[in-house]
Write a protein that binds this ligand. Sequence first.
Ligand code: BG6
Length: 534
Amino acid sequence: MSAGDQLTISCQSAVPKVLPHMPSTRLDTAENPLREGLSQRPAPQPCTLVIFGATGDLTHRKLIPALYNLYADGNLPPALTVVGFARKEKSDDQFRAELKETTAKFSRQKINEELWTHFAASIHYHQTEFGHTAGYTALAKKLDQWDIENGTHGNRLFYLAIAPDQFAIVLENLRTSGLSATKPGSWARVIVEKPFGTDLASAQHLNALVQGSFPESGTYRIDHYLGKETAQNIMVLRFANALFESAWNSRYIHHVQITASEILGVEGRAGYYDRAGALRDMVQNHLLQLLCLTAMEPPIDLDADSIRDEKVKVLRSLRPIIGNEVAVRAIRAQYGAGSINGKRVVAYRDEEGVNAESKTETFVALHISIDNWRWSGVPFFIRVGKRLPKPGTEIAIHFKNVPQVLFNKGSELLDENVLVIRIQPDEGVSLRMSAKLPGSSVRIEPVKMDFHYGTSFGKATPEAYERLLMDAMSGDATLFARRDEVEEAWRFIDSIREFWDRSGDEPLVYSAGTWGPSEADRLIQRFGTNWRRL
Ligand code: BG6
């Protein structure tokens, strides 16, 4: 997304009264409750979606393709108006043409001309400066008019796809123009993109800012990992299968590894990334969310707050990593030059836009302890990095080995059971077990039971943003981070970050295309185990 986009109002093209409704391709939830998500959700409600930062990357790569796919699958509300709010001068038609080009490139489904034409007719462009109060007043008038024409009932969803330093001015204008106020029988909500602060203090400041204009119940903080189908499946796997949950504790589990590996580098985002680093960019949000879903207690029901209450308890149980403990439990490193898939890549410090003396980490490995009844003594390891050899995000539950009697008393121990939840790619779940090799002698080999989403359900997995946009239009905040979750996560991250900043040490260096520095291997080897090879 680009910081500093602005807006105008231009509405040259005619808008259809209502989006032509596509037949729903969804399965009957009565027959297939699990395939439809964690709960029976309310339907998305007619509304106007105003995207701030409409000419930016996020709008083009994620938001509009997600809306188009929802439309093609019959999952949009019957009336939806999309308004792009940005600074650059352009007409509705120009905006639509640009969006069509990028949607064709990034959409999960191919563009169908007829569908696109219907869908695009609901999109408008509003040009104005973010700080230009009259632009908001003009927008308010247009929205009122479109509400009448399109049947959107005064419901407004504001999407802040802008740099955080522009939040204040936009939120303030939404409040003073009355746009953030709810009218009887309608709602106003805001979706806030990450990064949600850079530390606890800035997150608290941001939260206060947002809540000056929107209540917590109308605030939807995006963590796109929560929208991934496989992340949602963690709860189903745990709480819909007696087999797993009964062994999901320190009695049976030896340790847990959570890995998010990317082959990509900073990809033109150096301005942001060089100030953030992997700990803020990935661990504070995505990785800690996955850890929460893996470690939390069963919620009392499936509503948003019950689930979020349990996640917050996990975050509060994380043993703080403080002072010299940081050197032992937190490894940070930066990629040097190397090669990936036979292609040479430059060192992080040589990437365009990166400070040549940057100390920003592109790799983090952590040993985390959860001080609660269920997890006491079970180490959780997190590993995240850019320019690693293979892309993949997974959670691996390593069970304790069977007693060293019977089949497990030779010189070589059996491989322990490992349950792997593959978040991406090749979404699925596998279980490693021991089995006897056919023959007269007793030879035991590890075998794998493997479930793949693609083949088992024969249904394309929706993009995270599809699910999240739909939920925000439905008023379901389950897959969005609550204020206290974000703040607790920062509290945990801050002590590590502060130690690193204070030490002034250079990060370790790993060659691009390798699995990080050997110190990260030693971190886990102290527990008699190794990182899994993806
Ligand atoms: C973003 C980070 O939140 O997540 C990026 O800012 C990272 O640095 C991306 O590449 C990874 O998301 P995904 O869905 O590709 O795993």
